[in-house]
Design a protein around this ligand. Sequence first.
Ligand code: DQA
Length: 144
Amino acid sequence: MNVLLLNGPNLNLLGEREPEIYGTTTLAQIEQMVQARARSLGASVRAFQSNHEGALIDELHQARFWAQGVIFNPGAFTHYSYALRDAIASTRLRVVEVHLSDLSKREPWRQQSVIAEVAAHRIMGKGAAGYVEALEWLLQHGAQ
Ligand code: DQA
């Protein structure tokens, strides 16, 4: 299975960004963890991060030609990007929405996700391990 590991705005700063909320693991380390688990499970992962909504949309559009699943942390776009929501619906990609923090325990505006209704599965509050769990979920639930 080919999987896109997609991260949105400010996630390039993981490790130094609000470590009390997001932990001390860097994005490079998360990508390595997912790549290593993918290798052991016989999957192939392409990792991409952008702070720009359009770049994330372009990546999703491209992924429809090669990926059978997407692990996606949309960062703050989670809460208001109808354009990303539409990109997922338009491509019909199987997306696991991942958040390092548990949004249900945070500010009210973070508890709203416009991505949730087009996501096949959601994982939150498990830190970096949530990304690996997302990969395992995609492999267990097969190609679409
Ligand atoms: C986040 C939660 C979002 O509210 C926030 O804007 C992020 C990270 C998380 O992983 O917990 O950038 O998606």
